[in-house]
Design a protein around this ligand. Structure first.
Ligand code: ADP
Length: 753
């Protein structure tokens, strides 16, 4: 009986076969995750409960991922406050995202290190389209990137071009490079010489580019530069270039492309992520050696080879300026969609990575912009055969750490920074005074003095420790140091020397000021715009006004496409019918362009990328680039002038005047352009203060002095007629200058510069 009972019991027990290992693992994993989460929450609560001064500069690094190391180093050096798990109220001064602006939609204030839609704008298709538009308007100025075709939409044009080249027997045989639209790190890139080698099976969009084979070589290897640029703000436009960067080398000696070597990616591609896998990758720690070098070491090498490296650098700066000016209109459209006027949102800044190739004749060529350039400081190293380890890369640290530190200094709130520096200075002064007066009273042997610093360090909080470090550095840098470099003590017992060791308050004050000034002076970031290239770039900024018109007629807030009604309203309000544009022709133009652009962007017409790149909503209508095409077409038909840019300017002037956008940002650009053209120094609102008397009397003989005199008086606000008259007359002077006119000498046509 008992035996049968135990048999029954054993039957009731769960079958061992029901127990699945995967369930167990999942349970374990979940439990582990729960514990991790609880730990994080506890830490976060602890952190937030601590007293944080309202002047503390706070940085949220919870989404910084691979950027964390360099960010943490910079935060520590600057003495800011890090929030590694974010803040519940999302109220940090800076929110650092590794990839997208949209990563944390709960941020409504402070600054985010990404602009909305930037990864899309930096995708190869959008970037080169923006540049193509500029090349169309300014052909000689935008010649710094390879000819590009957009596949599959332009496959026919692409194959025709190859066929033509073959017919002309172009030598060397032309080679093309195919790159996926949103690819990175060399993924999916290949070279081809015949159009039928292009495979569109993946259904992805690609760009095809002329392969630049005549590249400048160092030690027989091909290389490209990674240039870092800080785009600090969009309105007003302000950006900086980092004066140090990286040069990435390929790992097979370079040869011109042939059918045999065309597939050698270690020869033709310079991506670090690709070449690090090569057996010939050189990991030398020296600046001027190895497969990754610093930019300045390569520029030095170029100079040593007898070339003008300064000229190369200036050309690179110009490329950066022209490229940023080309993408700004798109950025403005994306910005208003993400943060429509009136809605609270963070302001943005972004560190961009420009990839630039150098041709044999030292002409720099733009290959692409990276919206999220790698900021990691470590690299993979083979410690023993087959065993890899991540080690700190000194070259990455040398370049990226100052870049991020100075970026933070540029973007944190200025009032807090001022307060922070004042406080820091006070504390430093206190410490310095204490240490010098101690010196005066009781001259401890210098070795002991060092020990006393160490003791203070041991007692202080982290922040204080850093300050003592700085104090120590400063005393070593600027002050009379009491010990020799080799550690031997100097005799400081004499009274005279002791006296000289006591520094006055003002002297100490100066020391601290010097310290901060040197820090700022040593910044690796150099302002390009507006400081240096303001004048030069002014004429390229016309497309921002077109973007302004597009945004004006979008209708729905936060949208990225203009609907048919919006487009019709644009034509009506800008009185394009007076120029002979009928309603029917406006509608036909809209439909035609919308179809063309949907065909050009098959991947994007189905929806707009939302948080983390997921497609969130279908979006129909005419995109900004389609609207721009429409403007160029209308300008060509109805606003004829000798050059394309003049036609477009005429159209935009006409629209802005009819929209009466006087108090708008757009209107501020209007006088600016005309004043520049007349060779006058622009001042805000200057044209509006132009008295009618002067405008009426303006002839082709009017001199700059006359205009300036009138401008200085600033008698009254002119009427709409005044503005129109001014524009008409200034345009007449520009476009039909008579040879005897005195104004000609100071008037430059935009395209002749
Ligand atoms: P990814 O975003 O995948 O890195 P890139 O446009 O940077 O794509 O191209 C990868 C590499 O291919 C570059 O680092 C460069 O060495 C090479 N390359 C790209 N375009 C060209 C070109 N037009 N001519 C010559 N080499 C090129």
């Amino acid at each position: 009986m008992a035996a049968s009972k135990s048999l029954l019991d054993s039957l009731k027990k769960p079958e061992p076969t029901n127990f699945r290992m995967t369930d167990f693992r999942r349970e374990l994993h979940l439990r582990h995750k729960r514990e991790e989460h609880a730990k994080k929450e506890k830490l976060r609560a602890l952190q937030e409960s601590k007293y944080v001064s309202r002047y503390a500069i706070t940085i949220d690094t919870s989404r910084a991922r691979s950027n964390c190391d360099v960010l943490r180093m910079s935060i520590k050096e600057l003495g800011f406050k890090e929030y590694p798990f974010g803040r519940k109220d999302n109220c940090c001064d800076v929110h650092w995202h590794a990839c997208h602006f949209e990563e944390n939609p709960e941020v409504f204030g402070g600054k985010v290190n990404k602009f909305p839609g930037m990864s899309e704008i930096c995708s190869k298709m959008t970037l080169f389209r923006c540049l193509d538009i500029m090349r169309d308007l300014f052909p000689t100025d935008y010649d710094f990137y390879p000819r590009t075709w957009y596949l599959p939409a332009q496959f026919h044009e692409f194959s025709c071009e190859i066929r033509k080249m073959h017919e002309r027997r172009v030598k060397p045989k032309p080679t093309f490079i195919i790159k996926p639209d949103t690819g990175a790190q060399g993924d999916g890139i290949y070279l081809l010489r015949e159009p039928n080698e292009y495979s569109s099976l993946s259904g992805k969009c690609h760009v095809a580019q002329e392969y630049m084979s005549n590249v400048y070589l160092i030690d027989k290897f091909k290389f490209d530069f990674r240039i870092y640029v800080l785009l600090k703000s969009l309105e007003p436009l302000e950006f900086y270039i980092c004066q140090e960067g990286l040069a990435r080398f390929s790992t097979l000696p370079y040869e011109n492309p042939t059918n045999k070597n065309i597939h050698e990616s270690f020869m033709h591609l310079t991506n670090y992520s690709l070449n690090k896998r090569s057996s010939t990758f050189n990991r030398s720690d020296r600046d001027d050696e190895g497969s990754k070098r610093t930019l300045t070491s390569v520029l030095r090498r170029i100079a040593m080879n007898g070339h003008d490296s300064n000229k190369v650098w200036k050309s690179i700066e110009r490329i950066v300026c022209k490229t940023i000016v080309a993408i700004v209109p798109e950025m403005k459209v994306e910005y208003q969609a993400a943060i429509p006027p009136g809605k609270t949102g963070p302001s943005c800044f972004q560190v961009l990575g420009f990839d630039i190739l150098l041709l044999q004749n030292l002409k720099p060529i733009l290959l692409e912009i990276n919206a999220s350039p790698s900021l990691s400081l470590d690299s993979e190293q083979e410690v023993s055969p087959g065993v890899f380890e991540y080690v700190l890369s000194p070259k990455d640290e040398e370049v990226k750490y100052p870049l991020i530190r100075d970026t933070l200094l540029h973007v944190v709130p200025i009032d807090k920074l001022k307060y922070f520096r004042k406080k820091k200075k006070q504390r430093l002064l206190k410490k310095l005074k204490a240490s010098t007066s101690q010196k005066g009273k009781r001259p401890d042997p210098p070795v002991k003095q060092r020990t006393s610093i160490v003791i203070i360090k041991a007692d202080e909080s982290d922040e204080e420790k850093r300050e003592v470090n700085v104090t120590q550095q400063m005393s070593e840098m600027h002050m009379d140091v009491d010990s020799h470099g080799d550690g031997t003590a100097r005799d400081v017992n004499s009274d005279d020397e002791r006296e000289s060791n006591i520094k006055s308050d003002t002297e100490l004050d100066e020391e601290v000021d010097n310290y901060f000034e040197t820090k700022l002076r040593e910044s690796c970031l150099k302002q390009l715009y507006p400081a240096i290239y303001d004048e030069e770039c002014e004429r390229y900024r016309i497309l921002e006004r077109v973007a302004g018109l597009f945004i004006f007629f979008l209708g729905i807030r936060g949208s990225l496409r203009i609907g048919p009604t919006g487009f019709r309203t644009f034509a009506r309000k800008c009185r394009l019918n007076r120029k002979g544009m009928t309603n029917a022709s406006v509608d036909i133009m809209y439909i035609d362009l919308q179809r063309r652009w949907d065909h050009m962007n098959p991947e994007r017409t189905s929806g707009k990328k939302g948080n983390g790149g997921s497609v969130v909503s279908s979006n129909t209508g005419l995109c900004y680039q389609g609207f721009l095409d429409a403007c160029i077409e209308i300008a060509r038909r109805k606003f004829y002038a000798p050059t394309k840019i003049e036609m477009l300017e005429n159209l935009v002037d006409h629209c802005e005047l009819n929209l009466n956008l006087r108090d708008n940002d757009l209107a501020n650009n209007l006088p600016r352009l005309h004043f520049r053209r007349l060779g006058l120094q622009y001042r805000q609102g200057s044209m509006y203060a132009m008295p009618r008397r002067v405008i009426d009397q303006m002839t082709e003989e009017t001199t700059i002095e006359d205009l300036l005199k009138a401008h200085e008086k600033k008698l009254r606000q002119p009427s709409r007629e005044d503005i129109e008259a001014f524009l008409r007359k200034s345009r007449r002077m520009i476009y039909q200058p008579s040879s005897g006119s005195r104004v000609i000498s100071v008037t430059k046509s935009p395209d002749s510069e």
